[in-house]
Design a protein around this ligand. Structure first.
Ligand code: ADP
Ligand code: MG
Length: 253
């Protein structure tokens, strides 16, 4: 039995005369780890920006758990259980790893102004609660030993784990990961995959943009391919691997 957690209908986004996402209708099943693939410029990250309310669609609809969330703001969607990571992690580099996780609800919105949140966090109980939760989440992603390090000094792979930790602060049902394995060494990729699968067993749904086809083939099902803003393939990883057009044109295999 599957039921959709996220659906889009006719989702499109123009940048001037250029259509980056074109009439996209997606259904993401609850409990799945869906792989989103396609060449550079296919519209994958723009799709995530639309789904998380960071960009307004030119046309189309987005439904989360059957509710129309098309015009909701990123912070509303984060509260509703939708979390995402960024292709290029952008931590507050002079703040500690722990502080970055504590500020996660704010980072989700793409805001860079921390004043109001910090003022609120200074209320003692609230800060203690957020700190305890952040430490728990850091422990889960194996970064607890780096909690007091400046976030700008950890490795690229550790930054991807930090991104995941930030997402987990919202206890999301649906997690969108933008190229989690890109530029990450195999040890940290292994840790990340283990955490994704553990969270998936706990019931969390993932959509993962990834260029590493081994990663996609081993861990994602189904696989959706975009090209020039359109969906050009949807099927199992095995079907994707056997699709000559897909392999040739979109995967560069
Ligand atoms: P992908 O993540 O699949 O590599 P993107 O979604 O980042 O692709 O980009 C899709 C297309 O939209 C690209 O041609 C990109 O240059 C364009 N694009 C993305 N964001 C913007 C923007 N803010 N303004 C103008 N063009 C953009
Ligand atoms: Mg991208």
């Amino acid at each position: 039995m599957t039921e959709p957690i996220l659906q889009t209908r006719g989702l499109s986004r123009d940048f001037g005369p250029f259509r980056a996402v074109d009439d996209l209708s997606l259904t993401i099943q609850k409990g799945s780890i869906t792989g989103l693939i396609g060449p550079n410029g296919a519209g994958k990250s723009t799709c995530f920006n639309l789904l998380t309310g960071m960009l307004a669609p030119t046309a189309g609809q987005i439904m989360l758990n059957g509710q129309d969330v098309t015009r909701q703001r990123p912070d509303q969607l984060f509260s509703a259980g939708l979390g995402r990571t960024f292709q290029i992690p952008r931590p507050f580099s002079r703040m500690s790893v722990l502080e970055n996780v504590m500020l996660a609800p704010l980072n989700q919105t793409g805001e860079r102004i921390v004043g109001p949140f910090l003022r609120r966090a200074r209320v003692h109980d609230e800060e203690a609660r957020i700190r305890a939760r952040a430490l728990e989440v850091l422990d889960f992603v194996t970064l607890a030993p780096l909690a007091d390090h400046p976030a700008g000094q950890i490795s690229g792979g550790q930054m991807k784990l930090l991104e995941l930790a930030r997402v987990l602060m919202g206890d999301p049902e649906l997690i969108l990961l933008d190229e989690p394995a890109a530029g990450v060494n195999p040890t940290l990729t292994g840790i990340l995959i283990g955490k994704i699968e553990e969270l998936n067993r706990q019931g969390k749904t993932f959509v993962i943009i990834e260029h590493d086809m081994d990663f996609v083939m081993q861990h994602c099902d189904p696989v959706i391919a975009l090209a020039e803003g359109r969906k050009v393939f949807e099927g199992t990883a095995a079907q994707a691997q056997a699709d000559p057009v897909l392999l040739d044109a979109y995967l560069g295999a």
